[in-house]
Design a protein around this ligand. Structure first.
Ligand code: MF3
Ligand code: CO
Ligand code: CO
Length: 249
């Protein structure tokens, strides 16, 4: 974690906007019959067109520009060739470089028209948890636990399982920097965040129990009980007196 200079913040703003626009383009393409592989190929083209760097490709051996995780796969899914079907919950997680800095953002979308009530609750609750986590950032001196507690309270309110073994993180020079930002915790505790630092806030939740496993491909993180999961993520700047979402459209 490192406070960014005004020039670096401007770069992250610009890169974040490009990333958000790319994710939005992908989100509308999430429909029955398209394959995750096709989505990732589109992402790769769009990333290059936007002048972004596809830093995930080859990162620790990861084969694609983005993670696409479906249903009980919660994160780190490798984009495969099995077509998406009506009713799937699809997580699109895109990490890119812009100039010398890194941005990270994710959304979960429903493939189809009318999601059943429990899927609505999952998607709405996880999205609201991200918003609550960002709202809990009151600027210079915010404690990580403030963010964690706000996320946890929101997910609890929606009766969702809070995934405990996966966390948000500071981001900018590397994908994953200290400190971790857990999605549960106690306000007023944990590392202090100074103004100028950039963090990835990313609640992950499920309709069932919170325990996870790693799939046989050694990448995909799946819910142990097979329940459906969701994940929303923004890269956020801690300002003097609040927060600014950098991966906004
Ligand atoms: N985008 C993921 C995150 O939100 C990081 C993916 S890196 C991987 O932290 F190697 F784990 F895929
Ligand atoms: Co991410
Ligand atoms: Co992240």
């Amino acid at each position: 974690m490192r406070a960014k200079t005004p020039a670096e913040i401007e770069i992250m703003r610009e890169g974040g906007k490009k990333l958000a626009q790319t994710l939005q383009k992908l989100a509308v393409k999430v429909q029955p019959d398209i394959t995750p592989r096709e989505l990732a190929n589109i992402a790769e083209e769009e990333v290059k067109k936007a002048g972004l760097r596809p830093i995930l490709k080859g990162y620790e051996g990861f084969p694609a520009v983005m993670c696409i995780s479906i249903n009980d796969a919660i994160v780190h899914g490798m984009p495969g060739k099995k077509p998406i079907k009506e009713g799937d919950v699809v997580n699109l997680d895109l990490t890119v470089g812009y100039k010398n800095l890194i941005l990270d953002s994710a959304i979960s979308v429903y493939a189809g028209k009318n999601p059943p009530a429990d899927i609505k609750r999952l998607l709405e609750g996880t999205k609201r948890a991200l918003e609550a986590g960002i709202r809990a950032i009151k600027g210079d001196g915010t404690r990580v636990g403030d963010i964690s507690a706000a996320i946890q309270n929101t997910l609890d309110g929606y009766n969702l399982g809070v995934i405990r073994d996966l966390v948000g993180h500071a981001v900018g020079d590397k994908i994953h920097e200290e400190p971790s930002i857990p999605n549960y915790g106690v306000a007023g505790t944990g590392p202090v965040l100074p103004a100028g630092v950039t963090i990835a806030v990313e609640p992950m939740a499920s309709l069932g129990d919170w325990h996870i496993d790693t799939a046989n491909d050694d990448w995909t993180v799946i819910m142990r009980d097979g329940s459906i999961g969701a994940h929303f993520e923004h890269t956020v700047l801690v300002t003097e007196d609040g927060a600014e979402v950098l991966t906004a459209i």
